[in-house]
Design a protein around this ligand. Structure first.
Ligand code: NAD
Ligand code: GDU
Length: 337
């Protein structure tokens, strides 16, 4: 019996594929390599280069590999891009998932794990944010994920399907064994920007807003190590195999660090005093986003291993150094370009 991972060549997907293979699972990946890299995958894992919304492809993979669970990462992930191209985001995130779910129902796949996001909450009324908090996405990206959550819920109610929706907070770090990390071209994530500065690829890090009503004036985020998040996916598969009911779970550590604290952590672990420039607020930013993690900790058999900001920063830095040296200092190109 096999776990099908869509988007498995991407950042979070590749860490999850390694975690599943490490645990002895049979895995097959579908990825169109629009932002992913086949080199991030273990050689033993079959990769089908194609679209997660291609029903013919999905149905043949489900039948050929006797797929029993699907973990669905494939999608478009850049919030500002979703503002410029909402219909593209609804197509690649919502419509492609509709096709994938149709294939899953037809193929008799009864377990589905979905990558959602804290962006579905929008500006939270209370922090830490529990799963029952109101959902008020502030971007087409967040809306496309929330629509998919609703579609998954309705599909599972009508068919023999159980699901886990995982709402990720701020994902960061890299595989401690150096097998994969964040290789995305032009990534805008804070920790990625900071390790690029620490390796001399950028002159400075800008801090978007130091006038928020927080202790040091910068925004606060709940960073989760990507390898702990990968383990949460395996735990979610086990939960459903054990008969678990459909559920939505926040994925974070339940602890917030400010933007300035995060940059300081990168400066400390890299021992590089790169320049930091205070800039104006970034439109659409939420001030404080921290997960209430009581549900994931009680429901899943999941014990985080890397709940430490310096550890996360250190692993991100090690991966960035590796990427930079492999490229010989050249800009990176998409594999599908
Ligand atoms: N990185 C984060 O902080 C974060 C936070 C919340 C949620 N998420 C969600 O996690 C998932 C993975 O994100 P990531 O950070 O690893 O991004 P990523 O861009 O590295 O991974 C996405 C992968 O999906 C593939 N892909 C995209 N559209 C596809 C399609 N139609 N068919 C087949 N493959 C396709 C890409 O080639 C890539 O390998 C996404 O669904 C994203 O919305 C990410
Ligand atoms: O160069 C930078 C980059 C970021 N930031 C700040 O750092 C914080 C984190 O920003 P990121 O862009 O790293 O992450 P976001 O919190 O904006 O968004 C991330 O987490 C969200 C969930 O909370 C969604 O999942 C989204 O897809 C994912 O990118 C924000 O206050 C941002 O203004 C800076 O100050 N300078």
């Amino acid at each position: 019996m096999t776990v099908l991972v869509t988007g498995g060549a991407g950042y979070i997907g590749s860490h999850t594929v390694h975690a599943l293979v490490d645990a002895g699972e049979n895995v097959v990946v579908i990825d169109n390599l629009s932002t992913g890299f086949s080199s991030s995958l273990p050689r033993s894992v079959p990769l089908f280069i194609g679209d997660a919304g291609d029903e013919n492809l999905i149905e043949s993979v489900i039948a050929q590999h006797r797929v029993e669970s699907i973990i669905h990462f494939a999608g478009s992930v850049v919030v500002p891009d979703s503002m410029r191209d909402p219909l593209g985001y609804y197509r690649n995130n919502t419509m492609a998932t509709r096709s994938l779910l149709n294939s899953a129902v037809k193929g008799g796949v009864s377990r589905f794990i979905f990558s959602s996001t804290a962006a579905v909450y929008g500006n939270p009324d209370q922090v830490p944010v529990p799963e029952h908090a109101p959902t008020r996405p502030m971007s087409p990206y967040g809306s496309s994920k929330l629509m998919t959550e609703i579609m998954l819920h309705d599909t599972a109610s009508a068919h023999d399907m159980k699901y886990v929706v995982l709402r990720y907070f701020n994902v960061a770090g890299a595989d401690p064994n150096g097998r994969c990390g964040l290789s995305t071209i032009g990534a805008t994530h804070l920790l990625k920007i900071a390790v690029e500065a620490a390796t001399g690829q950028r002159a400075k890090v800008e801090v978007y807003g130091t006038d928020y009503p927080t202790p040091d004036g910068s925004c606060i985020r709940d960073f989760i190590h990507v390898s702990d998040l990968a383990q949460a996916h395996h735990a979610a598969v086990s939960y459903l195999r054990g008969g678990g009911s459909p559920i939505t779970l926040n994925c974070g550590y339940g602890r917030g660090y400010s933007v300035l604290e995060t940059i300081e952590a990168v400066r400390r672990v890299s021992m590089r005093n790169f320049a930091v420039q205070y800039a104006s607020r970034r439109p659409g930013d939420i001030m404080t986003m921290v997960a209430d993690t009581s549900r994931i900790r009680s429901v899943l058999d999941w014990t985080p291993q890397y709940d430490n900001l310096e550890t996360i920063a250190g692993h991100a830095l090690t991966w960035e150094k590796k990427l930079f040296s492999e490229r010989g200092g050249l800009p990176q190109r998409a594999e599908s370009a």
